[in-house]
Write a protein that binds this ligand. Structure first.
Ligand SMILES: Cc1cc2nc3c(=O)[nH]c(=O)nc-3n(C[C@H](O)[C@H](O)[C@H](O)COP(=O)(O)OP(=O)(O)OC[C@H]3O[C@@H](n4cnc5c(N)ncnc54)[C@H](O)[C@@H]3O)c2cc1C
Length: 389
């Protein structure tokens, strides 16, 4: 099995984690990425304990402890009064309860750690500037075609090419993701540009009817990452780097608590972006023709539980373990899909419910005991490095 030729399409969080897990288990996957350079756009990322355990499995324990932040708590706040409605302890508690920390990190930092680690294991594992277009079955496996005209033979294809997955389309035909009626804005602000009380408590989400505003610290606590969510019909452009203006944000959040307004006003004008949020309905079958899907390609979800990358990281870890446990490619893919599909599809559906929790019609009456969140749903209590495959 170690000689099996594994092609991973997409060098995002999910593709890179699967590369690392396969490498750890003795395989030599090749990752094909459409971008001419490796990198990650976007801002912050929450790494819940289940995700931390996955990243630790692939060797990133030290990197995380050096480059990620551990919030002491997470608060839900009223959008106008700033009153703390609920505060959940983090700090060392997740480590005691689940065996791993709850972290917050800049996406680019995590992406760099993953890609550096994969290339340290195998300097030839990454092929850039290769946009997958389709595959076909051949007598001795699969042939992949890329937009630049190159073709590559392999035995198995792992589609980790994100929400608009070309691999998924070539397996199951075209089907557009669904616009969810939500738009998100993101920005990064230097903490030094603000008075301390603006980010007290350091990690929190303010909730309002049809809107929410979340913010937390990254990069040694020096930078504040914020994401603001607004329900909106009509505008539905995708992409992580569409410029927005602070004026636009102030139109939406102008009557919010002064601390939120101060954060928006301090955002560098050229560093505010917006994008429309899409997801897809759960997919019943992830694997066909020795081609399988993982990460957003398999289960793109709304970000209201902060679990999208976590699910891709879990997928990646389990995929490597499934190959190690199997005696054939088909058996590996069966083990992978059986171990992962139910959980990832459940999280996808619950992420829709979480939107309504955080865009509360009546924030004054918010009662956390009436809601299920990612922790009370039991999602933290999962170790992709040890679950049965
Ligand atoms: C506002 C927001 C906040 C979020 N916050 C969190 C959070 O706190 N915690 C969390 O766990 N998740 C979070 N998520 C979700 C998370 O960002 C995604 O689920 C995750 O990035 C998906 O990773 P991926 O590797 O599957 O896909 P992607 O990150 O989309 O990577 C896909 C890769 O494939 C490449 N590619 C695409 N097409 C091709 C092709 N044809 N050929 C070759 N390569 C291709 C792309 O260039 C890219 O490198 C958030 C999402 C949003 C929108």
């Amino acid at each position: 099995m170690e000689d099996v030729r594994i092609a991973i399409i997409g060098a995002g969080m999910a593709g890179l984690t699967s590369a690392l897990s396969l490498q750890k288990n003795g395989f030599k996957p090749i990752v094909y990425e459409l971008a001419p350079e490796l990198g990650e756009v976007g801002a912050g990322l929450t790494i819940s304990p289940n995700s931390t355990l996955g990243l630790e499995y692939v060797g990133l324990a030290d990197g995380l402890s050096k480059r990620a932040n551990i919030p002491l708590s997470q608060a839900i706040m009223h959008y106008q009064t700033g009153e703390i409605l609920v505060e959940t302890e983090r700090g060392d508690l997740p480590k005691q309860k689940y065996g791993a920390h709850y972290y917050q990190i800049h996406r680019a930092d995590l992406h760099e750690m993953l890609s550096d680690a994969a290339q340290a294991n195998d300097p030839d594992c990454m092929v850039l500037d290769h946009a997958f277009t389709n595959y076909r079955k051949t007598d001795d496996g699969i042939e992949i075609t890329f937009a630049n005209g190159n073709t590559v033979p392999c035995d198995v294809v792992i589609g980790a090419d994100g929400i608009r997955s070309a691999v998924r389309e070539s397996m199951f035909g075209p089907e557009d993701p669904k616009f969810t009626g939500n738009v998100a804005y993101r920005g990064l602000v230097n903490k030094g540009d603000l008075s301390n009380d603006v980010v007290t408590p350091a990690s929190g989400v303010a909730i309002a009817p049809r809107k929410a505003f979340t913010r937390y610290l990254v990069r040694d606590g020096e930078v504040i990452n914020f994401v603001a969510f607004v329900r909106r019909d009509g505008w539905n452009e995708e992409g992580w780097s569409i410029p927005a203006t602070t004026e636009e944000l102030l139109e939406e959040f102008g009557d919010w608590h002064p601390r939120i307004r101060a954060l928006i006003e301090a955002a560098p004008k050229d560093k505010v972006f917006k994008w429309a949020l899409y997801d897809r309905d759960p997919l019943e079958q992830w694997t066909k023709d020795r081609v399988t899907l993982l990460g957003d390609a398999a289960h793109p979800m709304l970000p209201f539980m902060g679990m999208g990358a976590a699910m891709g990281i879990e997928d990646g870890v389990v995929l490597g373990r499934a190959f190690a446990a199997a005696d054939s490619i088909d058996n590996a893919l069966e083990r992978y899909e059986a171990a992962r599909k139910e959980r990832a599809n459940f999280v996808l559906l619950r992420s829709r419910v979480a939107r309504d929790r955080l865009q509360s019609d009546n924030p004054e009456q918010y009662d956390d005991s009436k809601h299920k969140n990612e922790e009370s749903l039991g999602l933290f209590d999962y170790n992709p490095g040890t679950v049965p495959v």
